[in-house]
Design a protein around this ligand. Structure first.
Ligand code: C2E
Ligand code: MG
Ligand code: MG
Length: 768
């Protein structure tokens, strides 16, 4: 089932709304107002001449000037009737009040004239409007003396509430007798008394032939004008009053209104069509209009349909005498457009709001909108560092193409996910789990090594990527973190870096540490091993134990996240002892199988200053599961040593028992040169951040080379960690580094996989 919102958007829905509004407008009178506004134009379109069957004899200013008295002596009327009939008038109708007597002589003369007229003369009866708007009989009939030989016709005129005369009656009931209206009498049409017809104001009043009354009563007129015509006699002189407002012709004499009403009936019997039909016809146009796609299309279609609708109504009227109201159609078309327009503006605004103008890529608001749901995943931001120079040299269209090509590659690496342009030189996309992050970024770096093609040029993209977890703080915070990470990566010359700012947030949100104790005993925490390969004979001589935590709800939690937390919350001791115990067990198995292997365990430096920890370790060594010489402690430091003396002493003691001591992450943070002097080191691990670019960056190469030399001077073995490609490995060989560790050789893997790795020779891909 469609929702209300959806159906409101459909063409049918829009037209239904427009019909409801139109009906409301008709009920509240707006329809009538609109109808009156368009009326003059409608008549103007149909304008035509009178039939010529009617002659108006005007009681005009000229006649008033000639006759000089008022009311006019009735001898004049008598004379006019005589002359007109003599010249062959078809009928004579007076729009003059004969309800009161004048002079006995004048009345008698007029009565005699009527007696001679053989009933061809009609005299008026006046009915007046009551308050309720109905025509009511009031006895304003001609004098009985005149009535005897004349027909009677009603001359009542009923203006609308705005004072304009639009319609005339077919007849009225006066003094209980139904009588034709003056116009019905002239045209010889019958119609129901008290029913009305619209006066056709498209007939030009000036096309009705006219004679001045005085010329008629004097007998000085062209008889051809009279012969065979119905004659209507009434006042047109301004001083005689009797004037009415009309649509299109302004204020005109009542007799002319009567003449136009008569002409209307001479042409035929006009019919008023219903507004329902008007609405039905317009609704069909509305259905087309409601499909308009653009603002311009809507405006053009609205204008065209308004004109078309008017043409249909007016054309129909011209051919059939049936006039349908025009306002309902006009209103319906306008309401349809008005209902469609805001929707279109909203849609347009929406697409503009969510799209980057230059490239058409979805923008930052689009990204925020797409990821409102509380999904837990990673976001990545790729910062394009050379965009400014590309824009300056190549111009905006090539720049846009350049950005789009980068977006293509990001999309390729991110498994066809959406790529958003969230800033001028920033593209963002989402990643799944943490495992995906590493894979995707390795792939991405590979695809970005090749220059991009934009504007028929090959352009290199200088890009660094920042990755952040979308945590409880939401996508916006994650984007900020990812951006900071991307900047940090740029500053440190790395391809990508991961944000590490939301540890506390994570700890709070999942109360991780509270769960760690249970995790240790429940098997959620376990150990993987990453091989270390001797560069002298490419054999696996050691492994590094790396702790893993698969949380039942959160999935894999990375050690960089929970190790610092465990340190802060005092849980690092049981964790480390657990790893050490596990490592010794596994190592014993491998050694029993004949592999002369050592294993490294990561020990945070502050731990070795704690006596209880040291005691536990010594107790474990005492059990002799493996000889102490088969173990290496990789000392990592996430904070300056609180008690360096105690730590150094403890390490010296382990060293004295034969345990190897390795300085982890050398070159970064706290692992400084001074420890080379003070700690009883057997091994030095150069941090991945220096190693990974050593074969590409002169500075990193120098750092690695000099560290190797320095360590060898001091009799310390050098391990390089984070080797991902063959070029890097070759470089390390060339600087006589002792041991290599990294994804190129093997990722951290379960203990049983180490066993099989040890029995088969390791395969390193050849250099390209
Ligand atoms: P680390 O001791 O420097 O360990 C090396 C880290 O680099 C591991 O990450 C390993 O998976 C990763 N790695 C190895 N080769 C490559 C490579 O070629 N490319 C890349 N990109 N990464 C590589 P992991 O397992 O996430 O461990 C992170 C850190 O957590 C470790 O750094 C270590 O400081 C700490 N950690 C891990 N296990 C333990 C533990 O049992 N105790 C303590 N105290 N710390 C641990
Ligand atoms: Mg380590
Ligand atoms: Mg390290």
């Amino acid at each position: 089932m469609k929702s209300a919102a959806q159906s409101w958007k459909s063409p049918l829905g829009i037209v239904a709304v427009a019909i409801a509004l139109t009906v409301a407008a008709i009920v509240t009178g707006l329809g009538a107002t609109v109808e009156r506004l368009v009326e003059p134009a409608r008549f103007a379109m149909l304008r035509h001449d009178a039939s010529g069957q009617l002659l108006v004899v005007e009681m005009d200013a000229e006649s008033a000037a000639a006759i000089k008295r008022w009311p006019w002596p009735r001898e004049y009327y008598a004379s006019a009737v005589d002359h007109l009939l003599q010249e062959g008038a078809k009928s004579i109708v007076f729009d003059v009040d004969f309800s009161s007597s004048s002079t006995p002589g004048g009345d008698a003369a007029f009565a005699r004239s009527l007696a001679r007229s053989s009933g061809l003369v009609a005299l008026p009866t006046f009915a007046q409007r009551t308050r309720t708007g109905e025509l009511r009989s009031i006895d304003t009939l001609p004098l009985p003396l005149f009535r005897r030989n004349a027909a009677l016709a009603s001359v009542s005129i009923a203006p609308d509430d705005d004072g304009t005369v639009r319609q005339a009656p077919f007849g009225t009931i006066t003094a209980g007798t139904p009588r034709p209206s003056l116009s019905a009498f002239i045209a010889g049409r019958s119609g129901q008394a008290d029913s009305f017809f619209p006066i056709d104001y498209s007939i030009r009043p000036e096309s009705i032939p006219r004679l001045s009354f005085v010329t008629v009563s004097d007998g000085h007129f062209d008889p051809a004008l009279v012969r065979g015509r119905a004659v209507l006699i009434g006042a047109t002189a301004i001083e005689m009053g009797d004037r009415y407002a009309t649509p299109g012709w302004g204020v005109i004499p009542g007799v002319i209104v009567q003449a136009l009403a008569a002409e209307t009936l001479i042409e035929g019997t006009p019919v008023s069509g219903s507004w329902e039909v008007s609405i039905a016809v317009a609704a069909m146009l509305g259905l087309v209009l409601a499909r308009a796609r653009s603002a311009i299309g809507l405006a053009v279609a609205t204008t065209a349909f308004l004109l078309l609708f008017c043409a249909i109504v007016v054309g129909f009227q011209a051919f059939t005498q049936c006039s349908y109201p025009i306002a309902p159609g006009i209103l319906l078309i306008l309401f349809t457009a008005a209902t469609r327009a805001p929707r279109m503006i909203i849609e347009r605004f929406r697409t503009q709001r969510l799209v980057d103008e230059q490239t058409g890529l979805p923008n930052r608001p689009a990204m925020l909108e797409a990821y409102q749901a509380d999904q837990r995943h990673y976001v990545a931001i790729a910062g394009i560092h050379n965009l400014g120079s590309v824009a300056a040299v190549m111009g905006p269209s090539v720049t846009a193409e350049f950005v789009l090509r980068i977006a293509d590659r990001l999309r390729l690496a991110a498994n066809d996910g959406s790529v958003f342009r969230i800033g001028d030189n920033l593209l963002a996309f989402t990643l799944g789990t943490h495992d995906d992050v590493e894979d995707v970024l390795l792939g991405l770096r590979a695809v970005l090594l090749h220059p991009l093609e934009a504007g028929n040029r090959k352009i290199d993209a200088s890009i660094t990527v920042g990755v952040a977890l979308v945590g409880a703080a939401g996508i916006e915070v994650a984007l900020t973190n990812a951006l900071l990470a991307a900047e940090k990566a740029y500053a440190q010359g790395r391809f990508w870096m991961e944000d590490d700012t939301d540890l506390e947030d994570l700890a709070q949100s999942i109360s991780l540490m509270g769960e760690l104790d249970a995790a240790l005993s429940g098997g959620e925490v376990y150990v993987h091993y990453q091989p270390k390969m001797s560069l002298s004979d490419d054999s696996i001589i050691s492994v590094e134990a790396l702790v893993r935590w698969t949380h039942p709800q959160r999935g894999n939690i990375r050690p960089d996240i929970f190790i610092p937390l465990a340190e802060q919350t005092g849980r690092i001791t049981p964790l480390t002892l657990y790893v050490l115990e596990q490592t010794m067990q596994d190592l014993a198995i491998w050694r029993a199988a004949g592999h002369d292997l050592t294993a490294a365990v990561n020990i945070s430096a502050r731990l070795v200053a704690i006596p209880s920890f040291n005691q536990s370790v010594h107790a474990m060594l005492d059990r002799n599961i493996v000889p102490a010489t088969a173990l290496v402690f990789e000392v990592t430091e996430s904070a300056p040593l609180a008690n360096p003396e105690a730590a150094i002493k403890a390490l010296q003691y382990f060293r004295a028992r034969g345990v190897g001591i390795s300085m982890d992450d050398y070159g970064t943070g706290q692992s400084t040169l001074s420890y080379l002097r003070t700690l009883p080191l057997t091994e030095l691990k150069i941090d991945r951040s220096f190693v990974e670019n050593a074969h590409r960056s002169r500075a990193d190469a120098a750092m690695v080379r000099s560290t190797v030399e320095l360590a060898h001077e001091l009799g310390i073995k050098v391990v390089a960690e984070g080797i991902e490609d063959v070029g890097c490995l070759e470089f390390l060989r060339s600087v006589r580094c002792d041991v290599a560790q990294g994804y190129l050789i093997s990722r951290p893997i379960p203990a049983r996989d180490i066993a099989s790795l040890l029995s088969a020779p390791i395969h390193i891909p050849a250099a390209a």
